[in-house]
Design a protein around this ligand. Structure first.
Ligand code: MTE
Ligand code: MO
Length: 362
């Protein structure tokens, strides 16, 4: 991994900062994350469950249509029309459920993401509640908000086996937006243009790309990605709808430098930290594998509960090997556990010991 060339649809990205696991799974290098407040688009990870649609769909973004269903007045709307209903900007962490999978010991199947299936991104679009208001309100009896991706399903393949369609509890519509802009530019095809459903605080999979349908529904989607995929269960157990789905993200942090070697003396230990769905309270850093901790300084502006924040601690390191660890605490009182228990697919790892790095100082 790392030496494979970038596939065509992401050829515009910064190859030096990325690890190409496969055509559909591309990770940001840990060192590249640095102490960046916003992840530049060229460095952001990419994850497709099925190949992306044709580049043609982003040629005229305002003409893209999305079906709005499960409201009093259902119908289709173009992105151009959505732009007249309202606009909001939100900064939030986009993170794959499997970020950190490489730190589990049970060889969970799937891409062996380390820390780079995550980035902090600026999204601009219309609040879902404004769309709901314009269409007469959510119809009676609906419990879910279901987003459907615009991939073309090959003929003969049952739709529910590969369609990217996710249902989330209806009430999160209050903070969701339909985004046409990412980091100040029209959303690229790789990241879900012309229109993407963004649910701040929710794992990546819920943020449906090339959104072609937003429906308030009585039941969860029958798609495999909802029914059996992204379900947290013990190792060896198959996925089913009774198990928890990968929705809200948890408090997490990791060091992005130094990662391997450092010179003796004062060193800037830096990284990024997120509260999950709560504001970040503090980040503690250890240079002795968790024996002792010192509170780090949070850098830059607080961009809200769903964004990450860089942190830094200037430490005096003597010669030898040091295990550097970080542990974030959110304002809801939750903090990262030392160890995170295994689950079948290796989702949601936020244990601080697994994310620690051994640095040799000479
Ligand atoms: N339509 C569609 N939306 C999707 C996916 C997909 O394959 N198709 N993958 C999901 C997953 S698992 C993740 S982690 C994020 C990845 O977003 P990115 O490629 O912009 O980083 O998109 C989510 N939304
Ligand atoms: Mo993901």
């Amino acid at each position: 991994a790392g030496d494979a060339p970038l596939p065509d649809y992401v050829a515009w990205k910064d190859a030096d900062d990325l690890i190409v696991h496969s055509k559909e799974t591309i990770e940001t290098k840990r060192a590249a994350q640095g102490a960046e407040l916003i992840t530049p688009s060229g460095e952001l990870y990419v994850r497709n469950n099925v190949p992306a649609p044709s580049e043609d769909i982003v040629a005229d973004p305002d003409a893209w249509t999305v079906e709005i269903e499960g409201v009093a007045n259902p119908g289709s709307m173009t992105v151009g029309e959505l732009k007249t209903l309202g606009v909001e900007t939100v900064v939030c962490v986009l993170q794959c459920s499997g970020n950190g999978r490489a730190f589990f010991d049970h060889e969970a199947s799937g891409t062996q993401w380390s820390v780079g299936a995550a980035g902090n991104v600026v999204w601009t679009g219309v609040p879902v509640r404004a769309v709901v208001e314009a269409t007469g309100g959510v119809a009676d009896g609906m419990s879910w908000m279901t987003g459907t991706g615009g991939e073309t399903i090959p003929e003969g393949v049952p739709q529910e086996t590969i369609q990217v369609e996710r249902s989330v509890p209806k009430d999160v519509m209050e903070r969701a937006i339909l985004a046409w802009e990412m980091n100040g530019e029209p959303v690229t095809l790789a990241h879900g243009g012309p229109l993407r459903l963004i649910i701040p605080g929710y794992y990546g999979v819920n943020n449906v790309k090339y959104l072609k349908r937003l429906a308030f529904t009585a039941e969860e989607s029958p798609a495999a990605i909802q029914r059996t995929g992204y379900r947290v269960r013990p190792v060896g157990v198959k996925g089913d709808p009774s198990q928890p789905s990968m929705y809200e993200m948890s408090v997490k942090s990791w060091i992005t430098g130094p990662l391997m070697d450092a010179a003796t003396g004062k060193v800037q230990i830096h990284g990024v930290a997120m509260g999950g769905v709560s504001d970040l309270e503090k980040v503690d850093v250890s240079t002795d594998g968790g024996e002792s901790w010192t509170e780090a300084q949070l850098l830059g502006p607080d961009l809200g509960p769903y964004a990450w924040r860089p942190f830094v601690l200037i430490a005096d390191l003597a010669a030898g090997t040091h295990t550097l660890a970080s542990r974030a605490t959110a304002q809801d009182g939750l903090s990262q556990p030392e160890d995170f228990p295994p689950n079948e697919r290796g989702y949601g790892h936020n244990g601080w010991r697994g994310h620690a790095v051994d640095v040799t100082v000479s």
